[in-house]
Structure formats: structure tokens, C-alpha cells
Design a protein around this ligand. Structure first.
Ligand code: 5AD
Ligand code: SF4
Length: 440
């Protein structure tokens, strides 16, 4: 047998890209590749990219520039760009960086082995189709090797919401759900390989409608069925849209113990005028009422969100509404971004807010969110939580894991093994993590 070729794959952006990178590495595994941790000795470099904001997309070009020396020294090195920049910019990438041999979009990476062979033969290989076939059905079977105790599993892709700022409906395409039976089979397989926690992924995951046995499964039904899988102890899902938060899913948060008490539910802004301009199709009040219903079902649930500041037309009063919403909801954690105009999106036509004003607002908003995050973490001190341990910590004898609320928790105790779920009493809150001791 010939020597395996080496693949260096670097992932940017969201959790779905992390999942996709795993699957792409598996697809290329069938073509004789094994993964390597450095680009220096790689036969193929693959960047799995993100197009959500300008900064993320531009970073790819500077990253590619850094590989120029390697490509000059070894012209047979294959350089590929995958993911959402590939989808959005296609051939343009090869024009801007002629050393790129291969461009593949997120919906066609099952064709990677063919594309790699084409690139290797010296031709440029490009595929940014939205093919009719389901890529997952054309992927090699997943390997059987043991793996980390937590895993991502894509159940839904694409988005039909068309928020005015967002490229996702263009880069990931229309909403598609994977059949429930396939998801369940993949989940069982992951559990056999040592996985105890699965995060179900989708750009609009709570809009999941997976066909199964002639029926149409909601995300709640999928979660309940997954909860029956022995050995799977924790279920999470992300990212959700407020308008798809159906009653059955809210109920599952109340009575399905394996569904973790953490929900990422972005609202983006707190001003009705801006929400309308963003095409979010709900008001601030509707969102707040929704959070109340979710908290009625599961009082300790930790809410997370995304915010955009400086959306075109945002006034001081609009921004004040966003700050008021944040105060009213009380976030356990949240992500916030300065608006970035994205080519092809409706909002890109509109005049920008003064960048200095937007920067100042972002700082103010982030200070409030950081304060809420700190207070939420502090409130854990003295409480008992369950922690799934994932890896050794920096101190000797210490292990790190995630609590049900997704906080990182450090415990020094040499009876803890990777993959254990243990009750932990939280004793201290640090900058970005908690510390505690085993209970009982
Ligand atoms: N500018 C800034 N932030 C954006 N997001 C999406 N598109 C943009 C944009 N054009 C943010 C939203 C979304 C998160 C994944 O990224 O908050 O929820
Ligand atoms: Fe983008 Fe999310 Fe809006 Fe879809 S729902 S367009 S992915 S921000």
C-alpha cells in the first residue's frame, strides 16, 4: 500500500463547520488521507471558511497568503477552500489567489474525493452546486474509532428566514432537514464510540422537520426519541429562531431531563423598528414573553443570545431599547457583533451608522453582557451541578468539563476519568470558568 497522504484542515466560524470538517476529513480518508496537525508537511491544505462577517471572510485571503511559500516549494501541494466563503465567492477565490487548486461549497463536499483527484491531475476543481442529492447519503460510513465524549450532529441546514443582514440563506441555501431515522442511526453510532453528549446543529435547528415513517418529526419529537438512546446522557441544540420555538419544544425543556438547561435564542436587537428592518418578524415584547414561557417550563434555564449593533438606521433610542431588553431578559452568556454589510443582502444597500458610534455602542453592550455573565457564573457558587469531564486541566490532577449550564468547570480529583459525569459542588467563580469539588 502507498504511504498515506497528509491532510491539514483548518476550521473557521460556527459549530457546523466543525462538524463539516470532520466529515470532509472522513471523505478524504477514503481517498488515502490522514490528518496532520501542521500545514508544513501536508499534501493537502483545506480551509473550511466562514462568510458571516467581512472580517471572517477577509481573514481567509491573508491565511492563504501565508501558504504561498509552501506552495512554491512544493507545487504538488493541493490547496483547497471549503465552506461559506467558497460558496459565496467561488471562482473569484482562484482569481484572487491563483495558487488555490480546489473550491468546494458546503453542499457538495461529498464530491471532495473526485475534486481532489481532479486538482491533483493539475486542473482547477470547483463545485459550488446545491445538488439534488443528499450529501450525507453519499459520504463514506463514519469510522468506528473511540472519540471524545461530546459531539456535534447536523440535523438541519440552510435558512428560509432571510434576515436582512445575513448571508446564510445564500451560502447554505434553503432549509433542509435530515430524515429522523438517519439522525438517530448516526447518534447511536456516536454513542457506541463513547459519546455521551450530542449537540444537534442547524442554522435554524428548531425549524427541524425531518421526514420519518411517513410522518413529519419536530425537533421536540427528535429530542425525545434521542433521549431514549441508552448511553446518551445529554442533548443540546443550536441555533434557534424565536418564531420556531414551538410549544412541544418548550414542554420538552420542562420534562425531558436529558435536554440540558441552556438555550441559545438570538434576538439580535431590542427595538421593534430595527427588528422590522432586520426582517425578524417578531417584536421585542413577543421575544420577552417567549423567554417567560420557556422559564416557566424550566426555571433554571440559562439563556444565551446574539446581538448586532449599528444595524443601518439604528438610533440612540433603538440602541437603548436593546440595552433595556438585555436587562429585562438577563443573559447567562451572549455574543455580540458590530454590523458588517454583506454583499448580496438587502441591508447592504443601506447607509451605515457612523463606525465610531457603533463601536461605542458595542462596548457599552458588551460591558452589560459581561456583567450579566459574571453574575450568572457567581450565582453558581454553592450550587451542585453535573459535569461531563472532557479533558485534563492545566494543573496536575485536574480535570475540566462542562456543567449542564455549559459553564467550564475545573475539579482537582484523581478519581475522575474523561467521559465521567459527576455531581460537583461549585466553590469558586473565575474569569471564564468555575471550580468545584466532587459531591458525595
Ligand atoms: N453583521 C454582523 N453580525 C452578523 N451576524 C450575522 N450576520 C451578520 C452581519 N452581517 C451575527 C448574528 C447571528 C450570528 C451568527 O452572527 O448575530 O446570529
Ligand atoms: Fe441568518 Fe439566522 Fe436570520 Fe437565518 S435566521 S437569516 S441564519 S440570522
Amino acid at each position: 500500500m502507498s504511504e498515506p497522504k497528509k491532510l491539514y484542515i483548518k476550521t473557521y466560524g460556527c459549530q457546523m463547520n466543525v462538524y463539516d470538517s470532520e466529515r470532509m476529513a472522513e471523505a478524504l480518508g477514503g481517498a488515502g488521507y490522514v490528518e496532520t496537525a501542521t500545514p508544513d508537511d501536508a499534501d493537502m491544505i483545506l480551509l473550511n471558511t466562514c462568510h458571516i462577517r467581512e472580517k471572517a471572510a477577509e481573514k481567509i485571503y491573508s491565511e492563504l497568503g501565508r501558504f504561498r511559500g509552501l506552495k512554491t516549494a512544493r507545487p504538488d501541494l493541493t490547496i483547497g477552500v471549503a465552506g461559506c466563503v467558497a460558496q459565496a465567492e467561488g471562482e473569484e477565490i482562484m482569481r484572487r489567489q491563483p495558487m488555490v487548486d480546489l473550491v468546494v461549497g458546503p453542499q457538495s463536499y461529498h464530491r471532495l474525493p473526485e475534486l481532489e483527484a481532479k486538482a491533483r491531475s493539475g486542473e482547477k476543481a470547483l463545485d459550488t452546486d446545491f445538488p439534488a442529492e443528499d450529501k450525507f447519503e453519499h459520504m463514506p460510513a463514519r469510522p468506528k474509532a473511540k472519540r471524545a465524549p461530546t459531539a456535534f450532529l447536523t440535523v438541519q441546514e440552510g435558512c428560509d428566514k432571510f434576515c436582512a443582514f445575513c448571508v446564510v440563506p445564500y451560502t447554505r441555501g434553503a432549509e433542509v432537514s435530515r430524515p429522523a431515522a438517519r439522525v438517530l442511526a448516526e447518534a447511536r453510532d456516536l454513542v457506541e464510540r463513547g459519546v455521551r453528549e450530542i449537540t444537534l446543529l442547524g442554522q435554524n435547528v428548531n425549524a427541524y422537520h425531518g421526514a420519518s415513517d411517513g410522518g413529519d418529526w419536530s425537533l421536540a419529537r427528535l429530542v425525545r426519541e434521542l433521549a431514549r438512546v441508552d448511553g446518551l446522557d445529554r442533548i443540546r441544540y443550536t441555533t434557534s429562531h424565536p418564531n420556531d420555538m414551538e410549544d412541544d419544544l418548550i414542554a420538552a425543556h420542562g420534562d425531558e431531563p436529558k435536554l440540558m438547561p441552556y438555550l441559545h435564542l438570538p434576538v439580535q436587537a431590542g427595538s421593534d423598528r430595527i427588528l422590522k428592518a432586520m426582517n425578524r418578524k417578531h417584536t421585542a415584547e413577543q421575544y420577552i414573553r417567549l423567554i417567560e414561557r420557556i422559564r416557566a417550563a424550566r426555571p433554571d434555564i440559562l439563556i444565551s443570545g446574539d446581538f448586532i449593533v449599528g444595524f443601518p438606521g439604528e438610533t440612540d433610542a433603538d440602541f437603548a431599547d436593546t440595552m433595556a431588553l438585555i436587562r429585562q431578559v438577563g443573559y447567562g452568556t451572549a455574543y455580540s457583533f458590530k454590523y458588517s454589510a454583506r454583499p448580496g443582502t438587502p441591508a447592504a444597500e443601506k447607509a451605515l451608522v457612523d463606525p465610531q458610534v457603533a463601536d461605542a455602542r458595542l462596548q457599552e453592550l458588551q460591558a452589560l453582557l459581561a456583567e450579566q455573565q459574571r453574575a450568572t457564573q457567581e450565582s453558581m457558587v454553592g450550587r451542585d451541578v453535573s459535569v461531563l469531564f472532557e479533558k485534563p486541566g492545566r494543573q496536575p490532577g485536574q480535570m475540566v468539563g462542562k456543567s449542564d449550564y455549559l459553564h467550564a468547570v475545573h475539579v482537582a480529583d484523581d478519581t475522575i476519568a474523561k467521559g465521567d459525569i459527576r455531581r460537583v459542588r461549585i466553590t469558586r467563580s473565575g474569569t471564564n470558568s468555575l471550580a468545584g469539588t466532587l459531591v458525595g
